[in-house]
Ligand binder design. Structure first.
Ligand code: C2O
Ligand code: CU
Length: 646
């Protein structure tokens, strides 16, 4: 519904522009028109057409307002900016047009009345407003464009007013008070062009890819913030206890049946599956043998110390070809995680630089049979595996694609045991339910293997996993299954904070899209608060802060928002509180029109990315950072260093 409203609104602003222009043209020509009646009729017809479109726009306005005031800004803008001149036209322009149509012929008195500003101005100003609206609904960086377009609007409106009054004087046989020289006549459109170019120029310098990322957080609360800390000092440890050592080589590889070369961690796509036990210290050496491609490893969902987060240009320099980097962190919380490159992530993850990471509880594997499915376009196909009936199975799904996957499990009743690696509390057994997994998200399913095949997959997913007693027989994907409602699933249990806690910080993050200048070119952008990286706001916290965050998706795409270094507790979705099991997420799937409230404790100092895990969106602007006061980074993003996290 929300997407429909948005689309109607969007198309409406473009579709209404042409009839608006034609209406204004007919009204302007009327005093001089040769075919007087036909022009008047055309003007009236076009007026009614514009009115009808505006009335139609009430529908999207209602749809969008149903999602809260914040979502209704676009249609409200349209209704106000167009509604006023249209109402004025109903008062003066329309009666005049009716008179003109009824009259036998144009009397001089009627011609003069048709040129009156009260008659002409509403139509002509509505046309200017229509153009402005079409631009505003497309362009991002509203703070800039609002001022600039407001200025342009005022200028053009002024020209229109002068034009209309002078014409009336001319028709009345009076001397003109303003004389447009041919040059002045040229100037008005020129002003428009220059202003428009100015919009672009401002947009481009404001959001071009930076050579330096200005994200050094200064401790401006002198008394409470200690001396500055460097992200490279935030290494965690010292750790005692068992150490698990790995070496992971990033290299080019040819995958069977594929023309282009894949990039791999450990020679396969997905990369080497990593499996460790809770309490173990992971010490992993990344060796980069890629020919020309710097890379890193980010531990998605593991709240590692900041220096180990693997974000190029923020927590480390990308590892150059021939180079190495050792990551060290403690596997604290059991669960399903994954690792992937965070250097030019959109391209590198797409080309294969990712793998799974499973942390088993201290007590050992969570089930008798433990399988992991990584959903990724390079991993497409139906994966058949043999499983003995009667076994307890834990099935872990990782969405390594950018798009949302609607996954359905069929063949046996199951429990959704965990989301984003965090166990749910007393999840009930359900059957034929689907789960929407945003890019980067994970879900663990548990069930007892029946004496026939079971299948996990989705309509959008070409990746599917079939477990069967014989390892060959299969079962079809069900056409559709209702979505499992996570706001009520499982049983509540105490959490360290909740909806009624006293929060020390509250951030509201608006997700949207538009057209604008970014990274040196004009293109489609995904925005945070109407801006794109690096102009997106930096969320600043102090260690110990209890933070509430509101995500509002005003756009038409899914945005799986991934905060590094922390798990957030879901408080509410569209005002509906989460009353089932506590839901701890690292990737919050905010669907179009949705509002999510989440909370987290600022207990892991550093500079952390918070970005959309539709990696194309992240590349095209939807990236912001959570910074702790007093933490600075010596690393920089941009062409000078070659560090490009997205
Ligand atoms: Cu899975 Cu910032 O990434
Ligand atoms: Cu997105």
């Amino acid at each position: 519904m929300y997407a429909l409203g948005f689309l109607l609104e969007f198309m409406g602003s473009l579709l209404v522009l042409l009839p608006l222009l034609l209406w204004a043209r007919a009204v302007r020509r009327l005093p001089d028109a040769r075919n007087w009646q036909r022009t008047a009729r055309a003007a009236r017809r076009r007026y009614y057409y514009v009115l009808a479109v505006l009335a139609l726009k009430l529908l999207p306005a209602a749809l969008l307002l149903g999602h809260g005031l914040a979502f209704g800004i676009r249609p409200l803008r349209t209704l106000v900016l167009l509604g006023v001149p249209l109402a004025l036209a109903a008062r003066d322009t329309l009666p005049l047009l009716n008179r003109a149509i009824r009259a036998a012929g144009p009397t001089p008195e009627l011609r003069l009345a048709a040129a009156a500003p009260r008659v002409v101005l509403p139509a002509r100003l509505a046309a200017v407003a229509g153009g402005l609206l079409a631009a505003l609904n497309l362009v991002v960086q509203e703070t800039i464009t609002l001022w600039l377009s407001g200025g342009v609007f005022a200028l053009v409106a002024l020209v229109v007013v002068v034009d209309v009054t002078q014409r009336q004087r001319r028709l009345a046989g009076q001397a003109r008070t303003v004389r447009w020289s041919p040059w002045a006549r040229l100037a008005a459109p020129l002003v428009l062009v220059v202003a428009a170019a100015g919009c672009g120029a401002v947009g481009s310098t404001m959001s071009a890819f930076p050579d330096r990322l200005s994200m050094n957080a200064h401790g401006h609360h002198g008394a409470t913030s200690g001396p500055a800390v460097n992200v490279t000092d935030l290494v965690g440890g010292p750790y005692s206890g068992p150490v698990r050592r790995f070496t992971l080589v990033a290299d080019e590889a040819r995958l069977p049946g594929r023309a282009e070369e894949a990039w791999t961690f450990g020679g396969t796509v997905p990369g080497t599956p990593l499996r460790v036990r809770q309490g173990e210290t992971v010490e992993l050496k990344l060796v980069n043998r890629l020919e020309r491609t710097p890379t890193t490893i980010h531990w998605h969902g593991v709240d590692v110390p900041n220096a180990m987060d693997g974000v190029a240009g923020v927590t480390q320099d990308a590892v150059q070809p021939g180079g190495e980097f050792t990551y060290r962190f403690r596997a604290d919380k059991p669960g399903t995680y994954w690792y992937h490159s965070h250097q030019v992530a959109n391209e590198q993850v797409t080309r294969g630089l990712f793998g799974s990471l499973v942390i088993d509880p201290t007590t050992g594997p969570a089930a008798e049979v433990d399988e992991t499915l990584m959903v990724h376009h390079l991993n497409a196909g139906v994966d058949l595996r043999r499983t003995e009936p009667g076994r307890r199975v834990r099935l872990r799904v990782v969405n390594a694609n950018s798009g949302t996957e609607r996954l359905t499990f069929t063949g046996a009743p199951f429990r959704l045991a965990a989301v984003d690696g965090q166990d749910l509390h007393e999840p009930a057994e359900v059957s034929e339910r689907s789960i929407n997994l945003g890019g980067g998200g994970r879900a663990d399913l548990e069930f007892t293997m029946p004496p026939h095949p079971v299948r996990l997959g989705g309509p959008a997913t070409r990746t599917a996993l079939v477990l069967s007693p014989d390892g060959v027989s299969t079962v079809d994907q069900p056409k559709s299954a209702p979505e499992l409602d996570l706001t009520t699933y499982g049983k509540p249990r105490p959490t360290p904070f909740g909806p009624d806690s006293a929060y020390t910080k509250h951030f509201t993050v608006d997700l949207d899209q538009g057209v604008g200048f970014h990274a040196g070119g004009l293109g489609f952008l995904w925005t945070v608060d109407g801006r794109v990286f690096p102009d997106a706001p930096m969320l600043m916290v102090r260690q110990g802060d209890l933070v509430r965050m509101t995500f509002r998706n005003k756009g038409i795409n899914d945005h799986p928002m991934h905060l590094h270094g922390h798990h957030v507790l879901a408080l509410s979705r569209d005002g509906t509180p989460f009353t089932g099991s506590p839901l701890w997420l690292d990737t919050v799937l905010v669907r179009p029109g949705q509002t999510w409230e989440v909370a987290f404790q600022a207990d892991n100092p550093g500079i952390w990315m918070d970005h959309c895990h539709d990696l194309l969106h992240a590349t095209n602007g939807m990236t912001l950072h959570l910074g702790y006061e007093g933490v600075r980074t010596p690393f920089t993003v941009g062409s000078a260093t070659g560090n490009k996290p997205e």
